[in-house]
Design a protein around this ligand. Structure first.
Ligand code: SAH
Ligand code: SF4
Length: 352
């Protein structure tokens, strides 16, 4: 029988495993704390466990910590991108962005992505596989451990790295539940954002999870025709259906939804596009995040100039739609939105 991966176990599964060996729940809690508070990656160092339990665990479970294949830091050190090697040889990227008010981790949910957005480097590489819950959680614990060494901690998580988290719904929710567990990692769900291309049935399910998560929906177009061109997967989900699901999410959770709009020069950045967006969002509890396009190898589109971005934003404001312009981060190391892919670029420095 293949050994169980400790990072893939829920607390209930761990508790069952230990109960089967005759150990009370107290010991499962200890192991959990070692994993998600102390952030250790080796059973041998769980020093307050009975030696017999440590030996049994070491014989029965495996831990495969993520291995760094490459790391890049922006010149100011505020953005760091790591390429991790997974057990089957696949790779994913994770980005830390530090601000004066905290540290945000942008994590990946899949290797590649099946949604095929034409402007996104991850979409351009196609879908390779889903990440497991453990692989998602480990991206977080890895960075948390490094920050802890500097007396800091991650303050926000955004599922905005590689992949479509709601296409990998089960594992994503398992990872979220693991991270918000008060007896473990203990991050507030209010500090976690799930960004999605907008899968209506999954948004409806998310609304019923009873977790105060933030939802961000990558809209990019206010008509079905244009959206189908930019986001091929959206052919299956007409805008009307998507907007219904988003409205349902806002009404069930009472939470303001973020609508993301990658601004592409000559494509979706005109005054009429801004008015159409404002009309589409009329009456919805939301906020728009404008992201001037980050260029990627497989797409000819470019961002509009600053003035045009401001004109676009002003139109939204006039219609009463609140918005922000996302400050570009990490483009110099190809770590901006939509620039993540599963291979080390030439300029990467290897190692830890
Ligand atoms: N699959 C999810 C999350 C990952 S993409 C989603 O699409 O929402 C994270 C964000 O980056 C999304 O808003 C996406 O639209 C945006 N993005 C993708 N490619 C981009 C690019 N080249 N320039 C700017 N933003 C981009
Ligand atoms: Fe996938 Fe999001 Fe990229 Fe679209 S933008 S291809 S959904 S990762």
């Amino acid at each position: 029988m293949a050994a169980v991966d400790l990072y893939e176990m829920s607390f209930a599964q761990l508790e069952n495993l230990l109960a089967g060996w005759g150990y009370p729940v107290f010991h499962a809690r200890q192991v959990w704390r070692w994993l998600y508070r102390q952030l250790v990656t080796n059973v041998a160092v769980m020093s307050d466990l009975p030696l017999e339990l440590r030996t049994r665990l070491a014989d029965s479970v495996v831990m495969h910590p993520l291995e760094t294949l490459a790391v890049r830091q922006s010149d100011d050190g505020q953005t760091e991108k790591r390429l991790f090697l997974l057990q089957d040889g696949e790779t994913v990227e994770t980005v830390r962005m530090s601000y004066h008010r905290g540290h945000t981790l942008c994590l990946s949910s899949q290797v590649g992505c099946a949604m095929g957005c034409v402007f996104c480097a991850t979409g351009q590489m196609g879908f390779r596989r889903h990440l497991t819950a453990g692989e998602m959680v480990q991206q977080v614990t890895y960075f948390q451990k490094r920050l802890r060494d500097q007396n800091a901690r991650l303050t926000n998580l955004v599922f905005m790295g590689m992949g479509e988290p709601l296409h990998n719904y089960g594992a994503t929710l398992q990872a979220v539940r693991r991270l918000v567990d008060r007896n473990g990692f203990n991050l507030s769900a209010r500090r976690i954002t799930i960004s999605t291309i907008g899968i209506p049935y999954a948004i409806r399910a998310l609304a019923r999870e009873r977790l105060p998560l933030n939802l961000a929906v990558s809209l990019h177009a206010a008509t079905d025709d244009q959206r189908k061109r930019l986001v091929p997967a959206a052919r299956r989900w007409p805008l009307a259906e998507l907007m219904d699901a988003v409205a349902e999410f806002a009404s069930i959770t009472g939470r303001r939804v973020t609508m993301e709009w990658a601004l592409i020069k000559g494509e979706n950045d005109s005054a009429s596009h801004a008015s159409a967006l404002a009309e589409l969002l009329d009456g919805l509890l939301c906020h728009v995040n404008l992201i001037p396009l980050n260029p990627t190898g497989g797409y000819v589109g470019r961002p509009p100039d600053r003035h045009q971005v401001q004109v676009y934003r002003d139109i939204l404001t006039r219609h009463g739609v609140p918005s922000t312009i996302r400050v570009g981060r990490g483009q110099d190391i190809q770590a901006g939105c939509g620039q993540l892919r599963a291979h080390a670029d030439d300029a990467c420095s290897g190692g830890q």
